[in-house]
Design a protein around this ligand. Sequence first.
Ligand SMILES: *[C@@H]1O[C@H](CO)[C@@H](O)[C@H](O)[C@H]1NC(C)=O
Ligand SMILES: *[C@@H]1O[C@H](CO)[C@@H](O)[C@H](O)[C@H]1NC(C)=O
Ligand SMILES: *[C@@H]1O[C@H](CO)[C@@H](O)[C@H](O)[C@H]1NC(C)=O
Ligand SMILES: *[C@@H]1O[C@H](CO)[C@@H](O)[C@H](O)[C@H]1NC(C)=O
Ligand SMILES: *[C@@H]1O[C@H](CO)[C@@H](O)[C@H](O)[C@H]1NC(C)=O
Ligand SMILES: *[C@@H]1O[C@H](CO)[C@@H](O)[C@H](O)[C@H]1NC(C)=O
Length: 627
Amino acid sequence: MRSLIQVLVLCAIASAGTFKRADHVLHERRAMQPVSWVRERRLEADKILPLRIGLKQQNMDRVEDMLLSVSHPDSPTYAQHWSAERVVNFFAPHEDTVSAVTAWLAEYGLTGDRVRLSPNKGWLETELSVAEAEELLGAEYHVYSHASGIEQIGCERYHVPDYVSEHIDIIKPTVHFNHRARGPDAPPKFRKRESVLGQPSSNNGPKTNGQLATGSSDPLANCDREIVPDCLRALYSINYKPVATKKNSYGIVEFTPQAFLAGDLDLFFSNFSSGQIGDRPVLVSIDGGVAQTQNQSFNFNGESDLDLEYAMSLTNPQPILLLQTGDLVEGAGFDNWLDAVDKSFCTFEGGDDPTQDGIYPDKLPGGFNHPESCGIIKPPNVVSVSYGQDEATVTPKFANRQCQEYAKLGLMGTTVLYSSGDDGVAGFGGACLLPNGSEPTTVNGNKFNPSFPGGCPFITSVGATMVPQNKTVADPETACELVIFSGGGFSNIFPLPSYQASAVTSFLKNHPPPFTSAQFNNSGKALPPGIDGQFALVFGTSASSPVVGSIITLINDARIANGKGPVGFINPVIYSEKFRSAFHDITVGGNQGCGTPGFQSTEGWDPVTGVGTPNMTALLPLFLSLP
Ligand SMILES: *[C@@H]1O[C@H](CO)[C@@H](O)[C@H](O)[C@H]1NC(C)=O
Ligand SMILES: *[C@@H]1O[C@H](CO)[C@@H](O)[C@H](O)[C@H]1NC(C)=O
Ligand SMILES: *[C@@H]1O[C@H](CO)[C@@H](O)[C@H](O)[C@H]1NC(C)=O
Ligand SMILES: *[C@@H]1O[C@H](CO)[C@@H](O)[C@H](O)[C@H]1NC(C)=O
Ligand SMILES: *[C@@H]1O[C@H](CO)[C@@H](O)[C@H](O)[C@H]1NC(C)=O
Ligand SMILES: *[C@@H]1O[C@H](CO)[C@@H](O)[C@H](O)[C@H]1NC(C)=O
C-alpha cells in the first residue's frame, strides 16, 4: 500500500511540472539518466533556443530497389548514378508532412520568417524562447554540468500533438544527451572499440610478426612470405596505367591519431616504386583531422602507412585523397567521414550519435572547436576504410541509419569498401557474444561476433587470403590462416539481401556448417560479400581493402576514359553469373574463432573468402561491357 501511494505522488509531481495537453502524446523520453552529469537548474525562460524538428523521410523502403537500378548488371539504367540533389529530393519528407508540422508551429505563433526548411529538406528550424519551447513541447529544460566544466541543456521528455507525431522523427535539443565528455572525471567505462577508432588500444590495426626478408632479384620469389606490389600485380593480373586521373578519385579513410609517416612512404617507394619518392596523399582534414607525427610506432603508423603505400603504388599516378578524420582529443566514428562527403547526412535522422561518433565543435582543451566538417568534399568514386567495430556494440537504429547512407553513396556512384576484421568468426580481440547477444565483459561467450559495418548490405566487405608457404603466385591462394583469420559470417541486424540470396542459400544447403543457430544467425546478411585482397608480413584484412579499392579505381579510370561512369556499388555485379569467371575461387582455409574452426572455404561462394579473389585482366572487359 505504502509503495502504491508513493508511486501516485511521484506521478503527480512529474506531470505538474509539464504542460501536457489532452491532444498531446509523449514523443520521446531519455533512454537513461546521464552518468557523471549533474542537473544544475532550470534553464532561464528568456534564453533563445534554436529548435530543429526532424521530419520523417519518404521512400526509405525503396532505397534497395533504387540502388539495384543503378548497380545491377542487368539493369538498363546501370551506372546512371544520381546527383546529390536527386537523392535529397527523392527521400525528402512528403509535403503533407511539411504542412502538418508547419500548421502545428503556426498554432503557437511560429510563422513566416521564424520558420525555415533546411537545405536537405529534412528539418524545420526555428528560434524561440525557452518559455515558448516548454509550452510547445510540454517539456522542462534544465542545465546539466560535468566535472570538466562543460554544460549542456536538455529535457527528460517532450510531447507533441497526435497528428504531428507520425510526421516527426525527433526534435533537438531535447532528450538527446551527449554522455561522452572526456577530461577530468570522465566515466571510465568506455569499451575499447566505442570511442576513438584510431587509438592503438582499439586493437583493430594490422599485426606484424617481423621484418621484411632481404630483397631478391626476382620480385616474385618471396610472395609466400611477403606480398610486395609486384606479387599483387601477378596474383590479380593488375596491368593497367591510369590515364583519366583528373576525372577520377580514390579516398582512404584514417582515424586520428592513426597517421602516415612521410619517411615510411619513401622507404617503401625506394624499394618498390622508385618513381614515387616524395609523392604524398592529398590531405582532407575532417573535423580537425591531422596526420600527426608526435606519436610514432607501428601501432600509430602501421595502418595508415600500409593503406597508403599499397593504394598509391598500385594506382600511380592517381592522386590519393587521405580522409583524415577526427581531432587528437575526441577522435571520430564512421558517421564523421560520411558527414564530410555528404552534407545531407550531417543532420539526417538527427545527426551523429554521441556514444559512437565525434561531436564537433569539440569544446575540450585542444579540441577542434569549429563546426563539424559537413559536405566539404564530393564523395570520391572509391572509398576504402580499414577499420571496423563489433556489430554488437551498435544499436539497430544507429546501424540502419549509417547503412542507408552507404546505399545513398552507392546511388551517387561511390564504391565503399571495409575490411572484414582479423579475428575470424570472433569479434575484436577474440570476443565472442554471450547467449543473449551482448558483448562479453569478464567471461567470453561462444556466439559468433560479426563486424560492423561489414554486415550492411550496401558496402563491400573485404577479407584476406594468402599464398601458402613454399608456394608461388601461380598456385591457388588459401584463406588467411597465419597470425590472423579473416572476419566472416552472418549479421544479426541486417537481413540477407537479394543479390546474395542464391550464393548463400546454396552454400548453406551444400555445405551446412556444423554450428547451431545459437551460434550464428543464418538469416542475416553474409560477410564477406566481396573480394579478397591479400598481404603478408603485416597481417590483416586491413591491407586487403585498399588493394581491392585500387583495382576498382583502375577499372573506373578505364571506364571514365571510355566516356562511362564509375562503377559505384559493386556487389550485385560481383555476385552475378557473368562475372564469376573473373574471380579465383578460394577453396582451402577457414576462419576459426569462438572455440570453433569457423566457416570453411569451399567451391563457390563461402563466408570466409566470399566470391574469391579478383583477376583484373578478366574483370576489366566485363566492366567495360556494361553501360
Ligand atoms: C630494399 O632496398 C635496400 C637497398 O637497396 C635493400 O638492401 C633491401 O634488401 C631491400 N629490401 C627489400 C625487402 O627488398
Ligand atoms: C603521444 O604523445 C604525447 C605527447 O608526447 C604523450 O603525452 C602521449 O603519452 C603519447 N601517447 C602514447 C600512447 O604513446
Ligand atoms: C546479457 O547477459 C549478461 C550476463 O548474464 C548480463 O550481464 C547482461 O546484462 C545481459 N544483457 C542484456 C542486454 O540483457
Ligand atoms: C617450406 O620449406 C621449408 C624449407 O624447405 C620447410 O622447412 C617447411 O616445412 C616447408 N613448409 C611447408 C608448409 O611445406
Ligand atoms: C537474425 O538476423 C535477423 C536479421 O536478418 C534479425 O532480425 C534477428 O533479430 C537476428 N536474430 C538474432 C538472434 O540475433
Ligand atoms: C586472368 O584473366 C586473363 C583473361 O581472362 C587470363 O588470360 C589469365 O590467365 C588470368 N590470370 C590468372 C592468374 O588466372
